[in-house]
Ligand binder design. Structure first.
Ligand SMILES: [Zn+2]
Length: 199
C-alpha cells in the first residue's frame, strides 16, 4: 500500500522479485563504465555514508538493467549488484524489479528517459558539485521544486524533452536534486563521454 507524506508526494514502492544472479557477460560493459565513474568519484559515497549515482542499460522497450540500491560505496560491483527493472508506474511511484538486489528510487527517472527517447540505450546518473553549479540552468534543468524519486521528476524529464533541446544535448541537470546530473546515449560510451567531457 502506498502512503502520502506531508508534502503530498507518493512514497516510492519497489516490488522486488528475488532471482538468481545475472550472467557475468550481462554486466561486463556496464561494470566497465561504472568503474570509470566510481574512480572519478562521480558515483560513490558521501562522508555520511549515503551513496550516490547509478548507471543503466536498456534491455527491451520497457526493461532495463540498473545498478542496485545502496551500492554507491562499493568499489567493485558483481552480478549480485545489478537489478532488472521489468515494470513501472510513474503516477503510483512504483516499480517491479528482479535480481539479487532492489533497484533504486531513481530508476523511475531512468525509465522516463528511456520512454521519451527510444534510441537511448544507456543512462548515467552522477553527482558532482562543481559540474552541477556550472551547468545549472545553462543546459536543460529540472525544476528546483522537484525532488528525485517522485512522480513529478518523471514528468519534469518529459517536459524537458518536449520543451528544450535535451534530445540533442543528452545531458540534464536535476535542479531539485543537488549535484545530480543525468546523461544518456545510444550506448554507454556516448553517455559516459558526455559526462567525462565536463570533468
Ligand atoms: Zn542522485
Amino acid at each position: 500500500m502506498t502512503t502520502s507524506n506531508e508534502t503530498g508526494s507518493i512514497k516510492f514502492q519497489c516490488n522486488w522479485i528475488q532471482t538468481d544472479p545475472l550472467k557475468e557477460e550481462v554486466i561486463t560493459e556496464i561494470n566497465h563504465w561504472r568503474n570509470i565513474l566510481f574512480n572519478n568519484k562521480l558515483i560513490g559515497v558521501y562522508p555520511n555514508g549515503i551513496g550516490y549515482g547509478n548507471i543503466s542499460i536498456r534491455l527491451t522497450d520497457k526493461e532495463f538493467l540498473i545498478s542496485g540500491t545502496s551500492t554507491g560505496h562499493l568499489e567493485n560491483l558483481s552480478t549480485n549488484h545489478y537489478s532488472t527493472v521489468i515494470d513501472y508506474n510513474f503516477s503510483k511511484n512504483e516499480l517491479t524489479c528482479k535480481g539479487q538486489i532492489k533497484a533504486s528510487a531513481e530508476s523511475l527517472t531512468h525509465a522516463a528517459v528511456y520512454e521519451m527517447d527510444l534510441r537511448t540505450q544507456a543512462i548515467i546518473h552522477i553527482h558532482n558539485k562543481q559540474m552541477w553549479d556550472k551547468l545549472l540552468n545553462q543546459i536543460p534543468t529540472t525544476s528546483s521544486n522537484v525532488e528525485y524519486g517522485t512522480p513529478q521528476m518523471a514528468l519534469e524529464i518529459k517536459r524537458l524533452f518536449n520543451t528544450t533541446d535535451l534530445l540533442e544535448k543528452k545531458v540534464l541537470v536535476m535542479g531539485g536534486h543537488e549535484e545530480g546530473i543525468i546523461s544518456f546515449g545510444e550506448n554507454l560510451k556516448e553517455a559516459g563521454d558526455l559526462i567525462l567531457r565536463y570533468l
